[in-house]
Design a protein around this ligand. Structure first.
Ligand code: A2P
Length: 317
């Protein structure tokens, strides 16, 4: 069965297929959001660190003004950037995102990474980071809960959390995230994390579902396999007369996981949205499950600094 929505405890429904906006450059993202929503997208994934929320806000305003959709028909996600993890910095951060997006509330607000940075700092050296013992992500998560009480975000979640960190978060705060947004695709299936989330009523959103081929070069490894060129995926696509991207997105959908493929091209946007209608057989699902390489495209190496707080092992513990 295909899944069109993931349903929350209050019966709110998040469309499984959303539009990713990371890497959509200023100048591109306006048209990308307009064409996606006009083509039927109802879920847009944003983040303040992507640097394009103002332009997305202009696109949303135009869509509302032209009566293409109403606000309550859209699911808008954004994310709290790591330099605003101190409790007093959280509300100003979401208010900035809401002002940029020209919205009164978000459907979902996520803690972007479990890593605190100093206010206003980039992530160039160890000196840009806050001590994670003095500023634990549990404290940020606890403080985020008032955003729901104030009506600024309808749902709250996290991103880039491992099973170990989710357990710590729940144990220490007694507040369960509603969503964990992580990298998931056939080369990084994260089956244990997926089971843990599903067993605990935490929805998952897959980022970089198509292998994030347009990442900036410094975020790429020279030996990395190209997901969309995988032979098994191409064979399944040919047998179903669909595209490799559709096979991947259909597989994620059938696992009960939402996905946010990024595309600024309307033809590919439509292709990706239509993947929610593609149904893989049991043997095709089995063949997909055998492709796991435990391979991250977003390695998190940018968090690892000389004399810093984190190793890759800490980030993906
Ligand atoms: P474009 O934006 O030009 O369509 P991810 O979502 O994993 O980050 O992948 C995004 C990359 O995949 C972008 O380079 C995007 O290019 C490309 N892409 C998106 N949809 C498809 C598709 N259906 N087929 C092939 N490439 C796609």
């Amino acid at each position: 069965m295909t899944n069109q929505y993931l349903t929350f405890s209050d019966n709110d429904k998040m469309p499984t297929l959303g539009l990713g906006t990371w890497k959509s450059k200023p100048g591109d993202v306006f048209g990308s959001v307009i064409s996606a929503v006009k083509s039927g997208y109802r879920h847009i994934d944003c983040a303040s660190i992507y640097g394009n929320e103002k332009e997305i806000g202009k696109a949303l305003q135009q869509l509302f003004a032209d009566s293409v959709v109403d606000r309550d028909e859209l699911w808008i996600t954004s994310k709290l950037w790591c330099d605003s993890f101190a409790p007093e910095d959280i509300e100003p951060a979401i208010q900035q995102t809401l002002a940029d997006l020209q919205l009164e509330y978000l459907d979902l607000y996520l803690m972007h990474w479990p890593i605190p940075l100093k206010k206003g700092h980039g992530m160039r050296s160890a000196d840009d980071f806050m001590d994670p013992v003095a500023q634990p992500f549990t404290l940020t998560w606890q403080a985020m809960s008032f955003l729901k009480e104030k009506g600024l975000a309808k749902h709250l979640g996290v991103s880039n959390f491992t099973e170990k960190k989710l357990k710590r978060l729940i144990e220490e705060t007694n507040l369960k995230p509603e969503v964990n947004q992580v990298e998931i695709h056939p080369y990084l299936q994260q089956t244990s994390l997926v089971s843990f989330c599903h067993d605990n009523g935490i929805h998952l959103t897959a980022y970089s579902p198509l292998g994030s081929g347009d990442r900036p070069d410094p975020l790429k490894q020279s030996d990395e396999p190209i997901l969309l060129e995988n032979k098994v995926i191409i064979e399944i696509a040919e047998s179903l007369s669909v595209t490799p991207a559709q096979v991947i997105l259909a597989w994620i959908n059938q696992l009960g996981i939402s996905a946010i493929p990024k595309s600024i091209n309307n033809e590919r946007q439509v292709e990706n949205l239509n993947a929610t209608r593609v149904l893989l057989s049991r043997s095709q699902l089995q063949a997909m499950s055998e492709l796991d390489l435990g391979r991250r495209y977003i390695t998190g190496e940018f968090w690892v600094k000389d004399q810093g707080y984190y190793t890759l092992g800490d980030i993906w513990d």
